[in-house]
Design a protein around this ligand. Structure first.
Ligand code: ACM
Ligand code: ZN
Length: 763
């Protein structure tokens, strides 16, 4: 007899006669992401084997079949459908108040999954999956039985909308990749895939009635190389594009449906439509030929409000509705410059005829009209928060991205909302300040910040909170040309987002989450997912107490050691172990890394500290930095650490949105100073503008206006004031007026400009 069979017989005998040959598991808490509502360990274990029976009825078809194929496809275990020695049982309990909730009870003889719906049971299966060996993910289990710790999990989601978005317009990804993306959502109990299908740079859905959308709009002649801020713009000269056929889309919708994922398609209007206008120039205001966009940004070639456009869009949506059964259809609405509309006869006549007072109302007319059409087909619309401008369409759901202001306004008007603020859910932002991160659009959104997101804005009353359906991570792909890179930007932030939308706030704990991420990453390894791993990095913080400075090091994961050097050498397994903050009394060059008992785990952290007269002193600012760019706080302006030269999103650059600043540094006693310098970031594409001048005061006395060469080359503009002779002062006041409003014709025109300021160096 084959030894495996012998073992299996042994297991069988053991189960029947309750002997104890299967070694008992060490009872460890499960590491499920997103963390369940309640979990309780019991003694004993369930033995999953080919003697296990799977009992379910049609009500649990999807979840039970998922479990069955998950186990049988990847192991030697074949679940029985009739009686077995032990049983996995699906039980319907229609009294469970949350239709997506479930109970998973694992006892030595039975695994019971109780749920009101197949969807609830499906989530129980996903939890069970995370209790099984990770090698099952790849079908490499040779064993004929698997022992599972006895426990009970009671679980339900916090929000009904748990989404991930993907932009396939800027870059196009394979059908296989979309399936992998859906698989990831499945594992993390997300339920919505927001598929951003049309963009200025490419139209990605086959529309049979308008073949030029696929022949022309799906391809751009070339693509911008490098970052948008790198001037002059250079292009790769390579045709790029593609689209999903209706057959592929049907297959994906079915694939998603079998994983309890709803796909919400987004067909953008009236903006981000240059690709469509390039295929059918008559849809634009000028009728002139334009090309599919080859660089990133916001474009003026938007749909004209003439009748022809509405016919076109209704035809397109007719085909979209055939493919996507979702209750919601996303119709975009964001970033639509009104430049063309202002000088277009059709649009101006439309405004007169409809009694619309400005182009915002014309956009509102546009969106409301499309909403009426979709409502007449039994569907609801979602739009980005710009759809609030000029009046909200009567039944629209608002997706708030420019902060959560839009969500608050919409909820107060009794409209449902989904929160996807740039500050907490834009996974195209940098997740680390490491210099070797792949080029990203900008911004800074580390894992902890995603984790800390609360989709319910504070400004809502209890009653208004019910309008918040949930939240979503957004993945804009300008700077993600490959599938690997999408995964890198998505993981692990999607895991944090899954707890934001699923887990109860009382159960959220970042340190605990991190320990589960460490375990989960092993599953991602088996799944061949290219996740970013910043778990084994060193983080540093300058401490200042009674003008005594020290530098504190930290790392996220438990049971590790930080080792460091101060002489410029690379840290090694024999370097000094960090125990308490390092005392600072001059310039410092620190290098540190995380080690286990055998080897270095993460990259080397390096911190250069330039000691100067203001380091660690008191600082006052009239306004707090904007919470999206508050970095290391106002103290970060005098902590001896410069911001990165190519990244305004790191924590040393502080961002202020439209505020006039008044910064006061108190040196604690009068002393001679010789120079003051600081830097401002100037990335106009991202709405960052260097102020034209700053005003300096010494001990409350006006000293001078310093004019900044804000039009000079480069992203960073310097203020460098060298005093002709030393000045004896205690308090230095710097007034920094905001640049003001972004001028017409530029990215973000009409919005307030951001001011980003770096270290203030006093020598
Ligand atoms: C957006 O990021 N333009 C919705
Ligand atoms: Zn027009």
């Amino acid at each position: 007899m084959h030894s495996n069979r012998l073992l299996s017989l042994l297991v069988f005998i053991c189960i029947v006669f309750s002997c104890n040959t299967v070694p008992p598991l060490e009872a460890v808490s499960p590491n499920i992401i997103p963390v369940p509502l309640k979990q309780e360990l019991h003694n004993g274990q369930f033995i999953l084997s080919s003697e296990t029976a799977l009992q379910f009825d049609d009500a649990f078809k999807v979840s039970a079949n998922f479990l069955k194929s998950y186990i049988t496809n990847s192991s030697q275990i074949n679940l029985k459908e009739s009686n077995g020695e032990n049983t996995i049982l699906f039980i319907k309990d229609t009294l469970l108040s949350n239709k997506e909730g479930y109970t998973l009870k694992i006892l030595p003889e039975t695994i019971t999954i109780t749920a009101a719906t197949d969807t609830g049971a499906f989530y129980a299966v996903q939890s069970l999956r995370q209790l099984l060996p990770i090698s099952l993910e790849k079908g490499v289990i040779k064993d004929e039985y698997i022992a599972i710790q006895s426990l009970t999990i009671e679980d339900e989601p916090e929000f009904v909308y748990r989404g991930m978005h993907l932009d396939v317009g800027r870059h196009f990804f394979s059908v296989d990749f979309i399936k992998r993306y859906i698989d990831a959502l499945t594992l993390l109990k997300m339920n919505t895939f927001h598929w951003h299908l049309t963009e200025d740079q490419g139209w990605r859905i086959e529309i049979k009635k308008y073949p030029k959308l696929n022949d022309i709009a799906a391809y751009r002649k070339e693509t911008l190389i490098g970052h948008y801020n790198d001037e002059p713009h250079q292009f790769d000269g390579k045709k790029y594009g593609g689209y999903y056929t209706q057959e592929q889309i049907k297959e994906l919708v079915k694939y998603a449906n079998n994983r309890k994922i709803t796909i919400i398609p987004e067909i953008e209007m009236p903006g981000h439509s240059q690709a469509a206008v390039s295929a059918y120039p008559e849809l634009g205001c000028t009728g002139g030929q334009v090309e599919v966009a080859t660089k990133w940004g916001v474009f003026e070639e938007i749909y004209c409000t003439k009748e022809e456009t509405f016919t076109f869009l209704e035809d397109v949506l007719d085909e979209v509705l055939e493919l996507f059964p979702s209750q919601y259809i996303h119709i975009g609405g964001d970033e639509a410059p009104k430049t063309r509309w202002k000088t277009c006869n059709h649009c101006q006549e439309r405004m007169k005829a409809e009694g619309l007072k400005d182009e915002h109302e014309l956009q509102s007319y546009f969106i409301s009209r499309m909403e009426r059409y979709l409502n007449s087909k039994g569907r609801q619309i979602i739009g980005w928060d710009e759809i609030l401008e000029g009046g909200l369409a009567p039944n629209a759901t608002v997706m708030s991205w420019r902060g959560t202001k839009g969500a608050v306004e919409a909820a107060k008007a009794k409209h449902t909302v989904i929160n996807t603020p740039t500050s907490h859910s834009y996974f195209d932002y940098y997740q680390s300040t490491n210099e070797d991160e792949p080029v990203a659009i900008g911004g800074f959104l580390p894992l902890e910040k995603v984790y800390g997101f609360n989709p319910i804005p504070k400004a809502l009353t209890k009653d208004e909170q019910q309008y918040v359906l949930g939240a979503q991570g957004n993945v804009w792909t300008e700077y993600m040309p490959t599938e690997d890179q999408v995964e890198y930007m998505v993981f692990p932030r999607i895991m944090a987002m899954s707890e934001v939308v699923w887990s109860s706030p009382e159960n959220k704990n970042y340190a605990d989450f991190i320990s589960r991420v460490e375990v989960f990453n092993k599953r991602l390894d088996v799944l061949d997912i290219n996740y970013a791993n910043h778990l084994y990095e060193v983080e540093g913080e300058l401490l200042s107490e009674k003008n005594k400075l020290s530098y504190q090091l930290n790392t996220l994961t438990k049971d590790k050691t930080i080792r460091y050097t101060l002489d410029g050498s690379e840290p090694s397994i024999t370097s000094k172990v960090y125990e308490t903050p390092i005392i600072i009394n001059g310039d410092m060059l620190l290098k540190a890394a995380v080690f286990n008992t055998e080897k270095q785990l993460g990259r080397v952290f390096e911190q250069k500290l330039n000691y100067h007269k203001a380091v660690g002193k008191d600082i006052l600012i009239n306004v707090e930095p904007h919470k999206a760019y508050s970095g290391s706080g106002k103290k970060g302006m005098i902590n001896g650490i410069n911001g990165s030269d190519n990244r305004f999103g790191d924590k040393e650059w502080l961002g202020f949105w439209g505020d006039d600043l008044e910064i006061i540094i108190d040196l604690g006693e009068t002393m001679d100073i010789n120079s003051i310098e600081t830097r401002f970031y100037n990335a106009n594409g991202q709405w960052l503008y260097t102020p034209k001048n700053v005003l300096l005061y010494f001990d409350d006395e006006f000293y001078m206006v310093y004019y900044i060469d804000y039009r000079s080359e480069g992203l960073i503009k310097k203020m460098q004031l060298d005093l002709r002779e030393p000045k004896r002062v205690q308090k230095i006041k710097i007034k920094v007026p905001s640049y003001g409003t972004i001028p017409e014709g530029l990215q973000g025109a009409g919005n307030k400009a951001w001011t980003f300021i770096d270290e203030i160096i006093v020598k």
